[in-house]
Design a protein around this ligand. Structure first.
Ligand SMILES: Cc1cc2nc3c(=O)[nH]c(=O)nc-3n(C[C@H](O)[C@H](O)[C@H](O)COP(=O)(O)OP(=O)(O)OC[C@H]3O[C@@H](n4cnc5c(N)ncnc54)[C@H](O)[C@@H]3O)c2cc1C
Length: 393
């Protein structure tokens, strides 16, 4: 849908609720507002033919709960005091309704249990059930295509409701009246400024700031740090909310993993390193092993925290960057990243089966010895020799 011509008040269109960002959060907000009787418009910065929200890139696993009280205790244990208990309670309570929501509100998606709690020993863990579209059996195998399918299902539910979507339209500023009340927003579309009035609310569902260097440097505990979601998630919602007077919380609390960060014809493109099957060692800048790499192989959500170490003696972050060593048999075993989710699954890059294209691009360094490969990847000669000893151990 195209915005209507500018009216006498300078506003291109007026609706009850404007939703900025068409991923899972935006789809859920738009559907809920629509079903509650509101007129809604969705905006997304991506053009329709290049729509790669993180939701589409994901493994499609949705965490639900069978018992709200137990699930709240589990979340509270996971948060270790950093989230007020009533927030965990509210999340847990709503998570018990998710299976119903998928069936009755979204429809057309067969959400199947595929995993339990990530921390099965925590109190209340038995109440956590992760579901995936059409996923059966083993956790990672089940993820094949699940993110794209999840987004397809949410998207179909939005389209069925005829909720208009303004593609290639980036929200950039909230508008406010004299009392500070939010009245809509301005956005840019094809170099033109668009103004959208919101009678009731603007929902900022435009992802995180994983591709904004300034926000990452300001808020994270180490730098540089890279993530593997939608390249268009550049913290616009964070900035819009701040400009309107919002305060922020938990900006440096997140999950993440060891990833490969590369330049693709002048654009950053990031991949989760797929270190399963085994035969791997990850070393820090000095060539030392520092964590159980199996946790990365299992795609646990806490590996990121292993990467944050700070060394006061050298005032440095010795694990940024870190180096993944593998041998020729691993190279030949298949792509060094996952192809059924992440950048490859949504067509941002086509990773070669034997990794030769990525070696040719210079993304993967090689050598006849571990030390040679380490140096080729950017390690100092001393660190590369130490890495060789580490791998030999
Ligand atoms: C590879 C991968 C695997 C994952 N696996 C899982 C999993 O299995 N289970 C799980 O729970 N989580 C998983 N996650 C995390 C999960 O995908 C995200 O937390 C979730 O999808 C975020 O949804 P969202 O709607 O907030 O953001 P997104 O889905 O990224 O949508 C945000 C949208 O906002 C748009 N946007 C950005 N700026 C603007 C702007 N200024 N104006 C208009 N639009 C804008 C973007 O283009 C984008 O379409 C995974 C993430 C990745 C990358």
């Amino acid at each position: 849908m195209s915005p209507q011509p500018v009216g006498p008040d300078g506003v291109d269109m007026n609706v009850d609720v404007v939703v900025v960002g068409f991923g899972a959060a935006g789809a859920a907000a738009a559907i809920t507002a629509h079903d509650g009787g509101a007129s809604v418009v969705l905006l997304d910065k991506n053009p329709e033919h290049q729509h790669t929200p993180s939701t589409r890139m994901s493994g499609g696993m949705v965490m639900t709960a069978t018992d709200g009280a137990a699930a709240a205790r589990y979340l509270d244990a996971c948060a270790s005091g950093m989230v007020p208990f009533d927030v965990s309670q509210a999340w847990a309570e709503r998570a018990t309704h998710l299976p119903w929501w998928f069936q009755e509100v979204i429809g057309g998606l067969d959400m199947v249990p595929s995993a339990g709690a990530e921390h099965p020993d925590f109190e209340g863990a038995e109440a956590i059930v992760a579901v995936q579209p059409g996923g059966v059996g083993e956790r990672l195998a089940a993820a094949a295509g699940a993110g794209p399918r999840l987004f397809e299902g949410l998207s179909a539910a939005v389209l069925r409701r005829r909720i208009p979507i303004l593609w290639g339209t980036a929200g950039d500023r909230l508008t406010q009246d004299n009392h500070g009340r939010i009245t809509g927003l301005t956005a840019s579309s094809n170099g033109r400024s668009v103004s959208v009035g919101a009678r009731h609310a603007v929902v900022l569902a435009c992802g995180g700031y994983e591709f904004d260097e300034e926000l990452k440097r300001d808020h994270l505990r180490t730098y540089p740090v890279h993530f593997y979601g939608n390249p268009n998630n550049t913290g616009d919602g964070v900035r819009m909310a701040q400009q309107a007077g919002a305060s922020l919380w938990h900006m440096n609390q997140m999950i993440g993993r060891a990833i490969g960060h590369f330049d693709l014809d002048g654009r950053p493109v990031n991949f989760i390193i797929g270190i399963d099957p085994p035969g791997y060692v990850i070393c820090d800048r000095a060539g030392h092993r520092f964590a159980n790499e199996h946790h990365q192989a299992q795609l646990r959500h806490d590996f990121y925290y292993e990467l944050l170490a700070y060394d006061p003696a050298t005032n440095s972050q010795p694990r940024v960057p870190c180096y993944w060593f593998f041998d020729e048999s691993r190279r030949q075993a298949g792509p060094l990243t996952y192809t059924h989710f992440g950048a490859v699954a949504v067509g941002l890059y086509d990773w070669s089966e034997d990794n030769s294209a990525e070696i040719n691009r210079g993304w993967i360094a090689s050598g006849d010895s571990i030390a040679e490969a380490g140096e080729a990847a950017g390690m100092s000669p001393t660190a590369a020799i130490r890495a060789a000893a580490t791998v030999a151990d």
